[in-house]
Design a protein around this ligand. Structure first.
Ligand SMILES: Cc1cc2nc3c(=O)[nH]c(=O)nc-3n(C[C@H](O)[C@H](O)[C@H](O)COP(=O)(O)OP(=O)(O)OC[C@H]3O[C@@H](n4cnc5c(N)ncnc54)[C@H](O)[C@@H]3O)c2cc1C
Length: 506
């Protein structure tokens, strides 16, 4: 397919980057409009929930209940208007999906839903899938998106377009042992960052507290949902029981992280709860037991070693509910976007609900966009050097500085390291943006916990950052904290001044 791809024929078509649930649904909801999907993987898969898609999407749940839970979880940062708009759409989700030929009853696991969407996209003559391919650059002319450069392995392709929809997922894969099993390292976000887009709340990362600890750096994605706490006991290897009553997942993740930092292992014991009755009541319990057994652990006879793992990036490209970013012509949808729906933490099912509902709003907005004349961007030739050469170093830095418990000293130490290569390494750039956002939020709120600022501010504020603001923000933080003439402030003045200028390499 790649060899015969005629990019001239694709001129002017919306380009959707990412073939997860958000990207596929956006394409399907564009109806007959010809569009392009750029997929990093030749056969895209879904790292989504094992079961319960209908529940996540609010089947049988009252709008008011989901809205109230979302606002409570959001800890002052969830936008009431966005919450209203998304939850109001909840009762129509099943019908909307049925209209494009995807019945929820038949596709209750995330993988089945994704596979059904992919099959529908393949049936559409108006959708061109370019895979495997990576978005390498957004061409911005006079402040508007005018094209994309795609790396298709053996060469670069340029497509002239005034409409790009980023559905490229989050950056949790930058954490060691993340729950995500794919390459979610914020590659799409980094391209948008270099194009000058505004980010919001990048520091807000949801850690799933009860991920199976398999001892190696990468997780295989097995975890016990937090509601399973009712089935068992959590304890550490010193025999101390962890209180799980009325705990939100964020505080549980912190508790486990602190014990692990002290060298203690934490276990989840559900041996007594695994009765035939419990399995009948909760099919997800059975699914988890099977996953554990496949890895040589039997929850019926042994306590499971658990640890927190990065699972969902709440912040991202700052957009309105229809996905419009700060750059005209650039939309974002799904985990890559920050609509303000979640606020400072996530309520169960909301990531999927947001991706499904907002893909409809994005498509509507794209269909209504006025089309300006195209520019020829075929001459734009981005650097083809690997953009994630420092990935293992970046993962270590994320693990050291941005876990469930953060503080200024830890973040500054890693920021100093990463800033040296953020000019040419995309993973390091995402590291710097996330660390600076974490420094900016001098409070503890939702999933963001600062051991040096444990209180929540009276007023909830979003952190907003662009790549070009990074240096001045760090300098201001340094001067305010250490005094303008201190050695620490001078060290921070130098942070981000040492990096290699990315633009000069193009
Ligand atoms: C194990 C697990 C369990 C979950 N459980 C739940 C749950 O119970 N409830 C819930 O609501 N949500 C859950 N989620 C979250 C939910 O699945 C996500 O919100 C959703 O999958 C995000 O979909 P997406 O389409 O935005 O991104 P993704 O599914 O991450 O897809 C993005 C795609 O873009 C590609 N890409 C990235 N950069 C580029 C580039 N530069 N060029 C080309 N392609 C690129 C990626 O390779 C990827 O294929 C879970 C997630 C995981 C990992």
């Amino acid at each position: 397919m790649m060899r015969s791809l005629d990019t001239h024929a694709l001129r002017g078509q919306p380009v959707i980057v990412g073939a997860g649930v958000a990207g596929l649904l956006t394409a399907l909801r564009l109806g007959d409009m010809p569009c392009v999907i750029v997929s990093a993987a030749e056969k895209p898969g879904a790292g989504v929930l094992a079961s319960g898609v209908g529940k996540a999407l609010g089947r049988d749940e009252a709008i008011a209940d989901r809205a109230a839970k979302t606002l409570a979880c959001g800890a002052g940062l969830a936008s009431p208007e966005v919450v209203q708009q998304i939850t109001d759409a909840m009762p129509h989700v099943s019908e909307d999906l049925a209209r494009i030929g995807v019945g929820l009853d038949a596709h209750d696991s995330g993988a089945a839903l994704h596979a059904a969407l992919l099959a529908k996209v393949h049936e559409r003559q108006n959708v061109t899938i370019v895979a495997p391919a990576m978005l390498r650059r957004l061409t911005i002319i006079d402040g508007h998106v005018r094209g994309v450069s795609l790396d298709v392995g053996e060469r670069l392709l340029a497509i002239d377009t005034n409409i790009v929809i980023l559905a490229s997922g989050g950056a949790c894969g930058l954490f060691p042992g993340a729950l995500t099993q794919g390459p979610e390292i914020g590659a799409g976000m980094a391209v948008a960052a270099r194009a000058g887009v505004e980010f919001s709340d990048l520091e807000l990362i949801y850690f799933h507290p009860l991920t199976l600890d398999e001892g190696d750096a990468r997780s295989t994605g097995v975890y016990a949902p937090v509601e399973f706490c009712k089935y068992g006991v959590l304890f550490d290897d010193a025999g101390c029981k962890l209180n799980v009553e009325q705990r939100d997942p964020g505080s549980l993740a912190r508790d486990i992280a602190v014990r692990r930092a002290q060298g203690r292992a934490v276990f989840f014991d559900i041996t007594r709860a695994l009765t035939a009755d419990a399995f009948k009541r909760d099919p997800a319990l059975n699914a988890m037991v099977q996953q554990c057994r496949a890895r040589g652990l039997d929850p019926k006879t042994q306590a499971l070693p658990v640890r927190p793992a990065a699972a969902f990036q709440i912040g991202g490209i700052k957009v309105d509910v229809a996905g419009r970013s700060s750059i005209p012509g650039l939309w974002a949808c799904g985990e890559v976007a920050c609509t303000g729906f979640h606020g400072a933490s996530i309520s169960a099912g909301n990531p999927l609900l947001e991706a499904v509902v907002c893909s409809g709003f994005v498509a509507e907005s794209v269909l209504g966009a006025s089309l300006s004349p195209l520019c020829d961007v075929s001459g734009v030739r981005p650097d083809r050097a690997p953009l994630h050469r420092q990935l293992s170093m970046v993962r270590q830095a994320f693990g050291n500085a941005l876990g469930p418990v953060r503080n200024r000293a830890g973040v500054l130490r890693e920021l100093d390291t990463l800033s040296r290569c953020s000019g040419y390494d995309d993973a390091a750039l995402m590291g710097c943006l996330t660390m600076i956002s974490a420094l900016m939020r001098q409070e503890s709120r939702g999933v963001h916990y600062r051991s040096d600022f444990q209180q929540r501010d009276a007023v909830a504020r979003h952190s907003v950052l662009t790549e070009s603001d990074m240096r001045s923000v760090v300098r201001t933080i340094g001067r305010n904290h250490f005094g303008p003439t201190s050695a620490d402030a001078q060290m921070l003045d130098g942070v981000l001044a040492r990096d290699v200028d990315f633009a000069s390499r193009l």
